[in-house]
Write a protein that binds this ligand. Structure first.
Ligand SMILES: Nc1nc2c(ncn2[C@@H]2O[C@H](COP(=O)(O)OP(=O)(O)O)[C@@H](O)[C@H]2O)c(=O)[nH]1
Ligand SMILES: [Mg+2]
Length: 282
């Protein structure tokens, strides 16, 4: 990979691309980022130890100066899972004080890069979290989530909203923009290691009374292999496990709010401009 240098970013906007075995898509994902957004961003690709030629393709494109933005590529020493990739990316982003917003754009291209433009009106807003939610009524021709999965996602999201008391149009979207201020308040190390890290971040944002904005998006499914039954069941199990944890904490521990502040649920107090710490009891 690059080398062992510290990574420092010099733009307000960082586009973070989690990548794992997506060599068929990774180049077009970056190609599809609108040029006006490329002009104001840096890109951070976290390759999670792909076993295909994702890295080779990125390296070749970088050598050819294919993109008009700095494209950084890092690879952890081992596969960290989807959640680990996010934790790593956000903690690296926070090391550069210049970075004010991070948008996660999946490397497999299921979330269309052209929709990045819809996040731009909120880069200077009070919203700590701006997330996309799939909307078949807004995008009847473009939204491709299979009907069954779409229904399950909407029902699960309604249940999660009800149980947590934090209404969200979707708890399962991987297309989201976080502000530096919000990320500084989150104990990233304490977040779930499951695929439901996106939902866990919603929960944390809700508990912190963060300003949250939902924007309609579409997701691509045509040409993508569907999740195996095993993965679907596993995901559902992870979602329910997290929900029960949130609920139990509230029901049986009246001081849960102060515990939250002690970061049991991944929240740290912001300490007047101090950088975040990985100490869970900070
Ligand atoms: N499956 C998987 N995806 C990863 C990992 N690390 C990064 N990713 C990327 O994370 C994104 C989300 O993964 P995916 O399985 O497609 O989930 P979904 O589209 O949200 O249902 C993809 O762009 C992957 O390339 C990993 O360890 N496993
Ligand atoms: Mg995907």
């Amino acid at each position: 990979m690059d080398n062992q240098q510290d990574l420092r970013f010099d733009t307000d906007l960082l586009i973070y691309v989690p990548a794992y075995n997506c060599s068929d898509y990774i180049i077009s994902v970056l190609d599809e980022i609108p040029t006006d957004i490329l002009a104001i961003s840096e890109i951070l690709i976290v390759d999670n130890h792909s076993t295909d030629d994702t890295v080779d393709k990125i390296q070749r494109a970088r050598c050819e100066n294919r993109w008009d933005a700095p494209v950084h590529l890092i690879q952890p020493p081992e596969n960290l899972g989807y959640a680990g990739s996010q934790k790593l990316a956000y903690s690296i982003a926070l090391l550069s004080t210049r970075v004010k917003r991070v948008i996660m754009l999946h490397g497999d291209g299921q979330y269309p890069p052209e929709l990045l433009g819809n996040f731009m009106p909120f880069t200077d807003s009070e919203y700590g979290v701006v997330y996309g939610y799939r909307d078949k009524s807004e995008y009847p021709d473009l939204e491709e989530t299979p009907t069954g999965a779409y229904r399950v996602i909407k029902i699960l999201s309604a249940i999660e909203s009800y149980v947590t008391g934090h209404p969200r149009k979707e708890w399962h979207s991987g297309f989201v923009m976080y502000s530096r201020e919000f990320l500084l308040r989150v104990n990233l190390d304490g977040l779930t290691d499951t695929y439901h890290i996106d939902g866990h971040l919603h929960f944390v944002a809700g508990e912190l009374d963060e300003h949250v904005k939902a924007i309609p998006i579409w997701k691509r499914y045509k040409g993508y292999a569907p999740l195996t039954r095993m993965k679907r069941v596993r995901y559902l199990f992870d979602v329910l496990k997290l929900l029960v944890a949130f609920r139990m904490r509230r029901r049986f521990n009246s001081s849960y709010k102060s515990e939250l502040e002690l970061s049991r649920y991944s929240i740290i107090k912001i300490r007047d401009g101090a950088p975040r710490t990985s100490d869970k009891n900070a």
